[in-house]
Design a protein around this ligand. Structure first.
Ligand code: THU
Length: 156
């Protein structure tokens, strides 16, 4: 019997410790979050993608009264990227969330479906995507690549 062990790794910061570029990525995701359409869950999520040319693409969750027809913030941004920048390179994906009351303390982690989509674009561009998670409590987690969330990735 062989044993396979995989290590996942996240850097933990406070917002103030970040460089200006990472702070800007967070500010963009907060802007995206402020425009979320989340009347059913009242849980707003914002995602910013920073491309290699420095430009941002923003996404937020888009809910629907037929609940499964809605989509997460990450995939709204990623599919916009995929549809409009077929040769683009994503450097950083930054995600933040809060509820209507404003007392959500977690750093939101992307759901399984969004992780699979992040993995797809990483494989397509043959470059890892830096993933920044920000909580309104000022805490930040940063991972270099989706395999830190999804160590046993689906490949064929
Ligand atoms: N949501 C996201 O936008 N991203 C995630 O990673 C998880 C969940 C949204 C979907 C739904 O609009 C709301 O959060 C509650 O699940």
């Amino acid at each position: 019997m062989d044993k396979i062990e995989k290590k996942i790794s996240f850097e933990k910061y406070t917002y103030e410790e970040l460089n200006e570029n990472d702070k800007a990525c967070i500010q963009q995701s907060l802007q995206a979050r402020s425009k979320a359409y989340a009347p059913y869950s009242t849980f707003s999520v914002g995602a910013s993608l920073q491309m290699s040319n420095g430009e941002y693409i923003l996404g937020n969750n888009q809910e629907n009264r037929a609940y499964p027809s809605g989509l997460c913030a990450e995939r709204v941004a990623l599919f916009h990227f995929g549809a409009n920048y077929p040769d683009g390179i994503i450097k950083t994906l930054t995600i933040t969330a809060n509820n209507k009351v404003g007392n959500y303390k977690e750093m939101i982690k992307p759901c399984g479906s969004c992780l699979q989509v992040i993995a797809e674009y990483e494989l397509k561009q043959e470059q890892k995507i830096r993933i920044i998670l920000y909580s309104d409590t000022n805490q930040v987690l940063i991972a270099e690549g989706v395999e830190n969330f999804l160590p046993m990735i689906f490949l064929f």
